[in-house]
Unconditional design. Structure first.
Length: 49
C-alpha cells in the first residue's frame, strides 16, 4: 500500500511511482473530481419508496 501523504510531499517519489509531478497529480485529481460529479448528477436514479 502506498502512503498517500508521503507521496504528495515527495515530488521525486510521486514521479517514480505515478509518472506525474505532485502538481500535475493535483491538477488531474481536481479535473477528475469535477467530471465525476457531473457524471453522477446526470446518471443519478431516483429511489422508489
Amino acid at each position: 500500500m502506498i502512503n498517500k501523504e508521503r507521496l504528495l510531499r515527495d515530488n521525486r517519489l510521486c514521479k517514480a511511482i505515478i509518472g506525474l509531478s505532485v502538481e500535475e497529480l493535483k491538477n488531474l485529481a481536481a479535473e477528475f473530481s469535477a467530471c465525476y460529479l457531473i457524471y453522477r448528477k446526470k446518471n443519478r436514479k431516483d429511489h422508489e419508496r
